[in-house]
Write a protein that binds this ligand. Structure first.
Ligand SMILES: NC(=O)c1ccc[n+]([C@@H]2O[C@H](COP(=O)([O-])OP(=O)(O)OC[C@H]3O[C@@H](n4cnc5c(N)ncnc54)[C@H](OP(=O)(O)O)[C@@H]3O)[C@@H](O)[C@H]2O)c1
Length: 372
């Protein structure tokens, strides 16, 4: 699919500075619907989700010291996969592995699990991680971009790279990691990039001229930061999905874990946290919340489904709902022109050239402004 670039349509786009009222209302309807009915929608799923044999696969899971990522890492390792916990706090990950081994996790089999340091608030750390991993010259079968933040009610903060923190941790750093790991994913082909996204992308809007939300056109709130970063991830993933040729054998999938009780609520006011505990029926446990990512990582039909979406000239990548069924991302996520702008802006922000993906697929070396 060529990047659309007619100037009249670009001008039209520039005028859109937020979601329309109807889109916004439909977005919130979807969020509330998921919150109220996710348990009914997912009632056909077992918990924990049974996994097919995965002894021969290697998976990198970011943010696996807590919540959904912890569950994904533990269950994949217990099912025999080689798991790499990519975390900003390696000590916490080491302690978790010791605990799982002491508990005899893995049904008697030794857990094949290791820890590597990765801080998504530093693009230099992402480059360092990818270089270290690619230097092994081994295959990578599954990358799960799970780590994320939602600093509810907190003031706007910027990374040392100069980017709004939600945008950096939830979108920019995972985008850089996915691209830099392409050589290993090609070696592991058929392989998958799974992005743990959110139903909140339905209320997100990305202004590619103002990714940091500093221009004053929109008032910054943590909700704006979070939902924009999650929508940017869907849009970027859709273009990546299109750019990867079928021969590369890499599927790109976004998933919604549902509304899940994890540390993501750590910044909520104490009273809201208490309410969170009082409504357990509506809120998934982390184990329940891990099912859509585990499904996307292991179901044998996922690559075929992704290829079918490519063939259809469908504008978005695969999106798997909390009930492990394919679903449609938001209306705004279907905006192809904005998706290409998000793609171009993201590459610029993460310090890569526009042809980085194509060159990596050709087996060439690429340069990143943040190192390497
Ligand atoms: N919980 C929900 O209702 C919900 C709903 C939709 C989507 N999600 C998404 O699910 C994913 C997992 O979140 P969760 O709910 O499991 O939250 P969580 O319990 O807070 O876990 C988030 C993980 O991300 C890691 N992380 C945060 N900042 C990082 C950084 N700069 N570098 C590396 N790792 C970092 C955290 O590391 P530390 O342990 O060191 O803090 C933690 O391991 C996120 O992408 C979130 O947006 C969650």
């Amino acid at each position: 699919m060529a990047s659309p670039s007619s100037s009249s349509s670009s001008e039209r786009l520039l005028k859109k500075e937020s979601l329309g009222w109807m889109e916004w209302l439909r977005g919130w309807f979807n969020v509330i619907y998921e919150m109220l009915f996710q348990r009914i929608m997912a009632s056909h799923l077992q918990n924990p989700m049974p996994l097919p044999p995965i002894n021969d696969i290697t998976c990198i899971i970011t943010g696996s010291t807590s919540g959904i990522g912890l569950e994904i890492a533990r269950q994949l390792a217990e099912s025999g996969a080689h798991v790499v916990m990519a975390v900003r706090n390696p000590k916490a990950a080491d302690e978790l592995i010791r605990k799982w081994r002491d508990e005899g996790s893995g049904m008697g089999l030794p857990l094949n699990i290791e820890v590597m340091e990765l801080d998504l608030l530093s693009l230099e750390s992402v480059v360092r991680f990818a270089k270290a991993w690619n230097a092994r010259s081994g295959p990578l079968h599954v990358l799960i971009n799970n780590a994320g933040i939602f600093s509810i009610g907190e003031p706007q903060r910027f990374s040392k790279d100069g980017y709004e923190e939600h945008m950096q941790v939830n979108h920019l750093a995972p985008a850089l990691l996915s691209i830099l790991l392409l050589p290993s994913l090609i070696r592991g082909s058929p392989s998958r990039i799974i992005n743990v996204n959110s139903i909140m992308h339905y209320v997100g809007f990305v202004d590619t001229e103002d990714m940091n939300v500093v221009s004053g056109k929109r008032k910054y709130t943590s909700l704006v930061g979070y939902s924009s970063s999650k929508l940017a991830q869907v849009m970027f993933s859709s273009v990546l999905h299109k750019r990867l040729p079928a021969e590369a054998g890499i599927s790109v999938v976004c998933v919604s874990p549902g509304i899940v009780h994890t540390n993501v609520a750590r910044d909520l006011p104490k009273i809201v946290q208490a309410a969170y505990h009082l409504i357990p029926y509506f809120i998934f446990t982390a184990q329940e919340g891990s099912r859509s990512a585990l499904f996307a990582a292991s179901d044998p039909q996922v690559p075929e489904y992704c290829e079918m979406l490519k063939g259809d000239e469908w504008p978005v990548c695969a999106f798997i709902s909390q009930d492990c069924r394919p679903t449609n991302p938001s209306e705004e996520a279907h905006n192809v022109e904005t998706s290409y702008k998000v793609w171009e802006k993201t590459l610029e922000m993460i310090g890569l050239d526009g042809d980085a993906v194509e060159r990596l697929i050709e087996g060439e070396e690429i340069k990143c402004r943040y190192g390497g």
